[in-house]
Design a binder for this molecule. Structure first.
Ligand code: SAH
Length: 243
């Protein structure tokens, strides 16, 4: 057995359902270049996302490498996909929209809650100075950290923990993006946002009736929220239930 196949077999045994990417596949990611370009044009630009930096990042990040190989044929389709532990990687359009709404700038330090596969963090890493991302499911956090590391996204730091509390040691943040839905806006996250900062987050009951909110903090610390569109995200889990 070639060592890459052995590695793949081992990772399948150790991490069922998680991406089992071999070194050969990492360098073969351009096999999907054309599919990514079509995804960006037909699903993302067609729905009105215009930020050229966001579109470029979505064209570059190999989404298929963040999901299990059995789902690669669907990697660039217009839908969310399952990752392990009953979690999902968002529909590409939602990733692009939330990234555009965040208004990322090159010098920004960004906090993401809900690392999941690591895909959103990878898209952001090309647009900002540094990304801190928190995942509550240890298996997902470790898998995302490993793929981000292997793909060279070295301005991303992953922590396993409860994102509801934010990441006080690295606060304040220029931008915060939340990719699991809390029932109310987490006040700790508002506190960890810089004056002049923006947070994009889905808020609402489990599975239905959630709204994507844009929260802006002005120079004096006053907060304004605007509703963007109805969304359906996995619920934000409260407390360190996995530790
Ligand atoms: N951004 C991800 C998709 C997120 S799915 C991607 O690009 O793939 C939502 C993720 O939030 C899940 O992985 C879930 O385990 C995680 N999550 C739920 N509650 C959380 C919490 N309190 N803190 C951190 N992560 C949480």
């Amino acid at each position: 057995m070639r060592s890459t196949s052995l590695l793949k077999l081992l990772s399948l045994i150790l991490l069922p359902g998680l991406p089992a990417v071999t070194t050969a596949q990492l360098s073969d990611s351009d096999a999907f270049l054309e599919e990514r370009a079509v995804m960006v044009e037909t699903q993302i630009e067609a729905r009105g996302v215009k930020d050229a930096r966001v579109l470029d990042s979505m064209k570059e990040v190999p989404r298929h490498l963040f999901i299990s190989e059995s789902l690669w044929p669907l990697a660039y389709s217009d839908r969310p996909l399952s990752i392990s532990n009953d979690q999902t990687i968002s529909q590409p359009y939602i990733v692009a929209l939330m990234t555009e709404l965040l208004q990322p700038e090159e010098h920004h330090v960004v906090l993401e809650i809900g690392t999941g596969s690591g895909y959103q963090a990878a898209v952001l890493s090309k647009l900002v100075d540094r990304v801190y991302t928190i995942e509550i499911v240890p298996e997902l956090g470790r898998s995302a950290e490993s793929i981000l590391d292997r793909l060279g996204y070295d301005n991303v730091t992953v922590r396993v923990g409860d994102g509801y509390q934010g990441w006080p040691e690295e606060a304040p943040f220029d931008r915060i993006i939340v990719t699991a839905a809390p029932e109310e806006i987490p006040q700790k996250l508002v506190e960890q946002l810089k004056p002049g900062g923006r947070m994009i987050l889905p808020v609402g009951p489990q599975w239905w009736g959630q709204d994507l909110l844009i929260l802006e903090k002005d120079g004096e610390g006053n907060v304004k929220t605007t509703q963007s569109l109805p969304v359906r995200f996995v619920p934000m889990i409260r407390g360190n239930v996995f530790q």
